[in-house]
Design a protein around this ligand. Sequence first.
Ligand code: NI
Length: 196
Amino acid sequence: MILPIVAYGDPVLRKKAKAISADYPNLDALIANMYETMYNALGVGLAAPQIGLPIRVFLVDASPFAEDEDLSDDERKQLKDFKQTFINAKILEEEGDEWAFNEGCLSIPHIREDVFRKPKVKIEFQDENFETHIKEFDGLLARVIQHEYDHIEGILFTDKISTLKKRLIKGKLSNISKGKISIDYKMRFPDMKKKR
Ligand code: NI
């Protein structure tokens, strides 16, 4: 089932999400619905707050990046098969010199900005069977994981840009929260709800 994606401005995107346990109700269905929602919107990642649930769950499927011709064969291979559900994730370490990448977000359509992040990340998480893993990622995979991890911490990529750029996109962000955008996937807009 495709779920509506919560748009910028909804307070759920600003909450620090809570850990869940293995008996969380209908978790398998929730995860399946989140994948369906992400693929339908052509995203490479989706976090539970983006479908209105402040819980520590996010998904990554980086395979669309494997088409990028600027990448090495190794990098492409790594991206091509990467699909992972992250539950109760905790970043243990980030390291290296920050690099810029033009990020976007399904909750913030039609806005893309360069965001600086460290290239390597070490993360502890549970998979959908609640088995614990500690893994290290770099490059684009680290990038997507850091972006989705921010969502469960209540942080958006627009928080990480310069004050000047924030000022420049203020109007666009306000239009998104009011639903004054055209978008070809299902969304839920905070400021429209109030008017009804
Ligand atoms: Ni996002």
